[in-house]
Design a protein around this ligand. Structure first.
Ligand SMILES: O=C(O)CCC(=O)C(=O)O
Length: 271
């Protein structure tokens, strides 16, 4: 590409961004995806990577390989944050939460966290185009949910880095086959970054042509009106959590079991 022009004319309004986080948010809003460096050191990344493999081995032992394969779940770890503190810390990553706050107005909760392995030279359950609010065909002026795909390994063209259809969060329907061929792009990213997507943007994992797995941890954050994929508060001790962590993990948004419980939660609230 040649130099991008820096001059302009006939412009009455221009967005101003004062920080990297704002620039990333601007890109997610406009084209549906961007990349955020999570800020981990090489040693922290290495320990997260080892913890991922350990949890995966334990998970397969607990739930059984044939059961997981039968459910098309063998390459996924559901809710690793309920199984290891490093994944809880990942979901509450400060830089990530400050970005999510800019993208989702008001309150939001973590809907789900999933460890994902794109195995070498094999199909897996994320290699088909989808939205992360699947089966939904609407557009909203503000994101109702945002996903953050943490790259445990470098995402490269060869190992099947995620494909996206830029700006597809702004159209209700899945585009035509020809449009997909002309507009799909692959997002390369370094290990230690989050690929952040408007959840309504169509995306798919690519085919991993290499001999090593491409591992990731996906997070979906949404407005508190959508129920969690797996109830996080019921699977976690809250004693050591900060108020903000409890809020993000959904402790304050569990549905009351009865009218009395609803009324007691409302006690002292003006609105
Ligand atoms: O593995 C990937 O690159 C895509 C993951 C994905 O599509 C998802 O978690 O929703």
């Amino acid at each position: 590409m040649n130099n991008i022009p820096s001059k302009s004319y006939g412009i009455l309004q221009q967005k101003k961004t004062k920080s990297v986080i704002n620039e990333i948010a601007e890109q997610v809003v406009n084209v549906g995806y961007s990349i955020l460096d999570a800020g981990y050191t090489a040693a922290e990344l290495q320990s997260l990577s080892e913890e991922f493999d350990q949890i995966h081995r334990r998970y397969v032992k607990t739930y059984g390989e044939s059961n997981l394969r039968n459910a098309n779940e063998f390459h996924t770890i559901r809710s690793p944050l309920t199984q290891g503190k490093p994944f809880l810390d990942l979901a509450l990553n400060e830089k990530l939460l400050s970005l999510i706050k800019k993208l989702i107005p008001g309150k939001f909760i973590l809907n789900q966290q999933n460890g994902i392995t794109n195995p070498p030279q094999e199909a897996y359950n994320q290699d088909a185009w989808h939205r992360d609010l699947p089966y939904q065909h609407f557009v909203s002026t503000k994101p109702l949910a945002v996903n953050a795909l943490f790259c445990l390994d470098d995402f490269t063209y060869e190992n099947g880095a995620t494909f996206v259809l830029p700006a597809s969060h702004k159209s209700e329907a899945f585009p035509s086959e020809r449009y997909i061929l002309n507009n799909a792009i692959q997002v390369e990213a370094r290990a230690g970054s989050f690929i952040v997507l408007d959840c309504m943007m169509f995306h798919a994992g690519g085919y991993n042509k290499t001999k090593s797995a491409r591992r990731a941890v996906n997070h979906l954050f949404n407005i508190p009106y959508f129920k969690q994929q797996i109830n996080i508060p019921k699977n976690m001790e809250s004693a050591d959590l900060s108020d903000e962590a409890k809020d993000v993990l959904g402790f304050n948004y569990m549905e009351p079991a009865s009218v009395s419980e609803y009324l007691s939660k409302r006690a002292g609230k003006a609105l």
